[in-house]
Design a protein around this ligand. Structure first.
Ligand code: BTN
Length: 330
């Protein structure tokens, strides 16, 4: 959203000290009264703005409360989140985006909720999405790709989430095949990709991202507390959810554009860089047998590559993997 308001925030953010009303009115090509009115609107939205005579304005602190507007104002993206909807409480952001897709909403539409009361996980599991503690977000994508390539978008998303965590903290995130984000062997984030497709063309994808951000250990459901965690629990710091969402969306847009332009190779390399237990031995059970193998990476169709001790490389699409000592067994 390239609105005057967003430009105003950019100007304030880019200035080390104060910026005068005169400078703002010239840069934005609006009157000083209009600048003043915008400042009041920002204050109403929770921005704390210091106004000093003869020096001008400065942002002192940002709103805690997420809103569609505050999310968009700090978001300098070309297509993702140009339509962004924020709700206090929903059943599931996935369902809302499915409806929006059917109504013809554009590629890059984003729906975010503070709380989901029927959050959906993979394999019909429930996804616990408590109020204000995490990122519960679904993105509408209309990729110009055949349905067989849809898993690549999920793998790509996992790399984006891992990169964000690595960039914003000293944590060492890993991606457990196919697409759980782990920190210290515990799951902090998951991805749910739902697709509507014809035989040779994806109509749309609803990409659901769930990330446990500011839960304390007591906030996690007891049944999963041994294998799930939050960024706060692992890093010891409270995260700014709004900035974290913006960072994910920005990185997602760049990575997605690169992928559409140049293909899957870079995503694959990044995935393997963060891949959990890649290069290590694990035990694998399929319908027919149980064997030990070394995980060596992923295929471009999303399969996991595992090398048997006698050298044969197997492609795994669905297998039970025993992730090993101290590891995460889903
Ligand atoms: C998983 O099982 O690992 C995937 C979890 C995906 C959860 C997200 S939260 C936002 C979106 N809305 C949902 O109901 N689910 C996804």
């Amino acid at each position: 959203m390239e609105s005057t308001r967003k430009q105003l925030i950019d100007l304030l953010e880019n200035e080390q000290g104060h910026i005068s009303g005169q400078q703002l009115s010239e840069a934005l090509n609006i009157s000083r009264t209009a600048v003043w009115k915008h400042m009041n609107e920002l204050k109403k939205d929770g921005y704390e703005i210091e106004a000093v005579r003869r020096k001008g304005y400065k942002i002192v602190s940002y709103p805690d409360k997420i809103s569609g507007n505050t999310l968009q104002w700090g978001l300098d993206t070309a297509w993702i989140g140009q339509q962004l909807y924020h709700y206090d409480q929903v059943e599931s952001t996935q369902d809302i985006v499915h409806q929006m897709a059917k109504q013809g909403k554009p590629h890059g539409t984003v729906v975010i909720a503070d709380e989901q009361v029927k959050g959906k996980g993979r394999m019909a599991r429930e996804w616990h999405s408590p109020q204000g503690k995490g990122i519960w977000m679904s993105i509408l994508l209309r990729p110009p790709l055949p349905p067989v390539q849809a898993p690549q978008i999920t793998l790509l998303t996992a790399t984006v989430l891992a990169e964000m965590v690595a960039a914003e903290s000293t944590l060492d995130p890993q991606i457990k095949w196919p697409n759980d984000i782990l920190v210290n062997h515990k799951k902090v984030s998951g991805i749910l990709t739902e697709m509507q497709a014809e035989q040779d063309r994806i109509q749309y994808i609803v990409l659901g991202i769930g990330m446990n951000v500011n839960q304390d250990a007591v906030d996690l459901p007891p049944a999963i507390a041994h294998k799930a965690s939050s960024l706060k629990e692992e890093s010891g710091m409270e995260w700014n959810i709004q900035r974290t969402i913006q960072s994910i969306l920005r990185t997602f847009e760049t990575t997605y554009d690169q992928f559409i332009d140049k293909g899957f190779e870079q995503v694959k390399a990044k995935w393997e860089h963060y891949g959990y237990r890649i290069g290590e031995r694990v035990t694998i059970s399929t319908m027919r047998d149980t064997w030990e193998a070394t995980l060596i990476g992923i295929e471009s169709d999303g399969a996991l590559r595992a090398k048997r001790d006698y050298g044969k490389v197997e492609k795994l699409y669905s297998a039970e993997i025993h992730w090993g000592e101290g590891g995460y067994d889903a």
